[in-house]
Every structure is written in C-alpha cells, then in structure tokens.
Design a protein around this ligand. Structure first.
Ligand SMILES: [Zn+2]
Length: 213
C-alpha cells in the first residue's frame, strides 16, 4: 500500500519559496528585533518596510531607487528601469499592503482597504503550474517585467494566505511608524512594532491625555 500520499497543503508549503536567499533591504532596523516573516512573506514585509516614515527614508523614493531595490530582491532583471507610472504603481501597492496589514493589527474588516489592495494587484496574471510529483504552485504568466514584479508579490501573498501566515503580518499603528512586523505571539494579538518604542509612546500619550482633562 502506498504510504507517500501527501496533503495538498503540505505539498504547497514545500513549494513556497524561502525568500531567504534574497537581498531584502529595509529602511531601518526592526524596532522590536523580531524575526522576519516566514517564507516568501518576508518579501512582502520587506517591501512595506522600504519606507521609514520617522527617519524620512524611502528606498523606493525615485524610479531608479525602486528599480535597484527590485533588482536586489530578485524581482526585476539587473539594470532594468521603471517608468513613472510603474514607480507610482509600486508605491501604491506598498501602501495598499500597509493599509491591509493595519486591519490585521486591529482585527477589523475594512472593505476599502481590501478593495485597494485587490486593485493594486490586478495588473498581473497568474497561472497554476502542476509538476510531475503532484505538487502545485502559482507562477507569473506575464511577459512584461513589471507585471512579473506585481505577480511575484501577489504569489507571496497568496502563499501566505494558503498557509495561514498572512493575518500575522501586521503594521504598527504608532505615529509616523507603520512598520510591518510578523506576530509570533501565541495569542496573535501583538499590536506594536516594539513595546519599548511605539507601545511606550502610546502609553505616554494616553497618560498625558488623561492629565490634561
Ligand atoms: Zn511602531
């Protein structure tokens, strides 16, 4: 009797790209010194964290900078350029993801955030690739390099959704923060990028607010 049958989900997990072999620069150190998100979700996290609002540092600040970041991340061939529209589309995708991650933090439903990210991802085409070992994985079906970038992000989000890690990727609600962090807590209720940074600032603001009334 065959004993090698596998659940489709496990097969899918095996197909997940590790995301750990890429150079994924972020616009600062993780405030909470947390481990990065697992698998290819790390790519999505790093994209969101190309902006450090507090330091005013943006690794996607210009089309040339964005193309360099995508090249280092393995999403775009080295030396490629982005048009102005593509650059704006990438920044919009980053901020649409951040908005959805905020709904993960707050555990709320937000139709506008969901719609915005759906639209930001809509330009790519994905195909389901079946391999001889019985595995399945998503693959970009676009020839255009920038559409393949969007496809790569979409696949990473789809993989995270399939294995249940997507809701644990959150963005910090701290003022001028928005940092994306992966919540590994047992309750999955972490709220701040760091209790010592944004958590403490929030408590201080609440304390001052009470004192002024
Ligand atoms: Zn924060």
């Amino acid at each position: 009797m065959a004993t090698t049958s596998r659940l489709p989900l496990r097969s899918y997990q095996k197909k997940m790209s590790s995301g750990n072999d890429r150079v994924l620069a972020t616009a600062g150190r993780d405030p909470g010194s947390r481990a990065p998100a697992p698998g290819s979700l790390r790519l999505v996290q790093a994209l969101v964290n190309t902006l450090n609002a507090e330091l005013g540092r943006d690794l996607l600040g210009t089309a040339a900078e964005a193309a360099r970041w995508l090249g280092a991340a393995g999403l775009l061939p080295a030396g490629s350029l982005l048009t102005g529209a593509e650059h704006r589309g990438l920044v919009e995708l980053r901020e649409a993801i951040r908005q959805v991650l905020a709904t993960h933090t707050d555990r709320r439903e937000d139709a506008e955030a969901a719609r915005r990210l759906t639209v930001a991802l809509a330009s790519c085409r994905l195909a389901l690739a079946i391999d001889l070992a019985g595995g399945v994985c998503l693959a970009s079906a676009d020839g255009d390099p920038f559409a393949r970038v969007i496809g790569g992000i979409a696949i990473a989000i789809a993989e995270a959704g399939a294995v249940g890690t997507w809701p644990r990727l959150k963005s910090c609600p701290g003022q001028l923060c928005g940092w994306a962090f992966y919540d590994r807590s047992a309750s999955a209720r972490s709220r701040w990028c760091s209790m010592q940074v944004c958590g403490a600032r929030s408590k201080m603001r609440a304390y001052r607010g009470r004192g002024s009334t």
